[in-house]
Design a protein around this ligand. Structure first.
Ligand SMILES: Nc1ncnc2c1ncn2[C@@H]1O[C@H](COP(=O)(O)OP(=O)(O)OP(=O)(O)O)[C@@H](O)[C@H]1O
Length: 597
């Protein structure tokens, strides 16, 4: 388990992460009853199956032994029937237990990965390709499930069958063990070589599959750009290149399977075993019935031989999948939920004390210091790329500072309980994210199941969203398309404002929040925003002059440095950069909006 996580689930089951195999074992051993039940049922199935050959041999001996009564044959036939029925029941139980184990394993591993991803920092998620993460969460998970059932199931079953058949052969006549013994030694060496050859190819296959998925995911997510720039051919080429690499490893995998030696060795072994048994028969060391039993038991060795080709292939793919899932979960994350940290109702004072921050090598924010008192609105202005959005992301710890500190109510944000901190800060970003759920669920998202319908409608009213929501045929129950594509930019932002109003945060971060709203609704939106800001400390990034003017204080950023701060009038009077930005914003504002300022 990782030392740092942003999110944990109460009473979480701890699995062993020290290696992929141990991780798999710890998942399976969570259900010991099913694991041992499966093993016992497999052993019973195989013992019963092997005894069929035994009884067939005794039937031959009975027939050849002229003095015996026909009733003895009847007893053997009835015993065979009973054995077959019992074997069928045990077989059914073993398969059922294996299936239960496989599905529970996949379900628990999915849950573990999902929880782990939710607990990772934003920096971690910035590093990942969504398509690759999805491939791990879906396809690699399926490989895990297939590895347990049918692969493990068949492997355990076939190796139990091997052991029991060998045991039964030794009961017929220990001398008969010679050829099967030599075969088993050769089989194990060949199998070890096969697994070693297969392992790197399986790893590469899973890796290539993830990359192919990432290319596909990116093209589908950016389909508008692909179409608008007529780059379908380029995307197809990229995809084919990736898919061909995956195919090459798939073919390589097939070649290794094709070179699987034990099937050939088994053919030779069966012929030698027959010769050996004939020799022993000619020496009167075994009966004809024993020879038939022996050959029946030898033929059962085919099962383990043939099944190993694909079952070991599936196991290798499962282990490769487990390795990829585990490596994602084990990747260190920078932040911790800090459970037990400072947690109380915020007043809303924000202090930046000599803050320096960088995403990589180059500092994006340099030595920033300012104070926002509770309830104040602080606007942040600066050219594009100056670091305005980055600065706001340090307040709710999307990222942590490199130097200096960000304090809320006098406590460093790193000492706050993560949940307590984030639940009292709301952000409305430039690119509002909505879930493909109903409007009610989207507005109530920040409160989870606690949101009631009346409060949601009141928030929508205040955000000037009620009217357009009601105009939809399903009103508040309208399903929003993925990422909110079925709504206009302005509608998305009003839903975001409603969401923020509902959570009633002490601190609000508004990042260019009204830029997509047309001038006709501008006045109403201004009202909604004023209501939203009332009594909350707000960090405001906007191109709206009217909003900048309301601000109690304005920070002027240039290339990550805070070059001045003060009120609109103060800055107009003394800050050349502010005047320049201000004149730029002014000209960017439509005439109707400007006149309202
Ligand atoms: N996740 C990230 N990883 C690496 N660099 C980033 C990341 N996000 C932003 N940057 C870089 O940080 C710098 C500041 O970006 P930021 O988004 O804070 O600027 P901004 O002032 O808000 O710009 P805009 O007004 O265009 O939104 C930019 O140079 C940008 O390239």
């Amino acid at each position: 388990m990782l030392a740092k996580r942003e999110f944990t689930v109460a009473d979480e089951y701890r699995y062993n992460w020290s290696s992929p195999v141990r991780w798999i074992a710890s998942h399976l051993l969570r259900y010991k009853f099913y694991v041992f039940g499966f093993m016992l049922l497999c052993i019973a199935t195989n013992a019963l199956y092997a005894s069929i050959s035994f009884l067939t041999g005794s039937a031959f001996n009975t027939i050849l032994n002229k003095g015996t009564a026909i009733s003895q044959l009847g007893v053997i036939a009835l015993s065979l029937l009973g054995i077959i029925v019992c074997q069928g029941i045990c077989d059914l139980g073993a398969r059922l237990f294996a299936e239960i184990l496989s599905k529970r394993f996949a379900r628990n591993a999915r849950e573990e990965l999902y929880t782990s991803l939710l607990g990772k920092s934003q920096t971690f998620h910035n590093r990942q390709q969504v398509g690759d993460v999805m491939a791990r969460a879906s396809n690699d998970m399926t490989q895990l499930s297939d590895m347990v059932s049918p692969a493990f199931d068949v492997i355990f079953d076939s190796f139990t069958s091997l052991a029991i058949n060998v045991l039964f052969i030794s009961l017929v006549n220990p001398q008969l063990l010679l050829v099967p013994g030599l075969y088993i030694i050769a089989f194990f060496f060949a199998l070890r070589r096969y697994s070693r050859q297969l392992s790197p190819v399986s790893d590469q296959m899973r890796e290539e599959f993830g990359k192919t998925n990432a290319v596909l995911n990116e093209a589908v997510a950016g389909i508008e750009v692909v179409k608008a720039t007529a780059q379908e051919k380029q995307e197809v080429r990229k995809f084919i290149t990736r898919a061909s690499r995956y195919r090459d490893f798939y073919v390589e995998n097939g070649k290794i399977q094709g070179r699987y030696l034990p099937t050939l060795i088994l053919g030779v072994a069966l012929a030698l075993a027959f010769l050996h048994a004939l020799y022993l028969l000619s020496q009167h060391q075994i009966s004809l019935g024993a020879l038939i039993t022996f050959m029946g038991l030898c033929t059962n060795l085919r099962f383990v031989t043939f099944m190993s080709i694909w079952s070991f292939g599936l196991v290798q793919l499962g282990i490769s999948g487990a390795r990829r899932i585990l490596s994602l979960m084990k990747e260190e994350t920078e932040m911790d939920e800090n459970a037990g940290g400072h947690h109380e109702q915020m007043r809303g004072e924000i202090v930046f004390d000599h803050v320096t921050f960088s995403y990589g090598e180059t500092p994006i924010l340099k030595d920033i210091s300012f104070r926002a008192r509770p309830g104040q609105t602080v606007a942040i202005v600066g050219q594009t790329g100056a670091g305005k959005s980055t600065l706001t992301k340090l307040v709710n710890r999307i990222y942590d500072v490199n130097e200096g500190s960000v304090m809320i109510d006098g406590i460093d944000v790193r000492d706050w309980d993560m949940d307590g901190l984030r639940s009292q800060i709301s952000t409305i970003e430039q690119d509002v994210f909505l879930f493909s759920r109903t409007i009610t669920e989207n507005i109530g998202y920040g409160l989870g199941s606690k949101a009631d319908r009346a409060a949601i409608e009141a928030a929508a009213h205040d955000a000037q969203a009620h009217e357009f929501i009601e105009s939809f045929p399903h009103g508040y129950e309208t399903e929003i398309g993925e990422r909110g594509v079925t709504l206009s930019g302005g509608q998305r932002q009003r839903l975001a404002i409603a969401r923020a109003l509902l959570t009633d945060p002490r601190i609000l971060i508004l990042d260019d929040s009204t830029s997509a709203i047309d001038s006709a609704t501008e006045d109403e939106i201004q009202k909604a925003i004023r209501r939203l800001l009332e009594g909350r400390t707000t960090l405001l990034i906007t191109h709206r002059l009217s909003q900048i003017r309301w601000a109690d204080s304005i920070l002027v950023l240039r290339k990550g440095e805070l070059i001045d701060q003060g009120t609109h009038e103060e800055l107009l009077a003394r800050c050349e950069t502010y005047r320049r930005i201000f004149s730029h914003y002014d000209s960017a504002i439509p005439a109707s909006a400007s006149s309202g300022d």
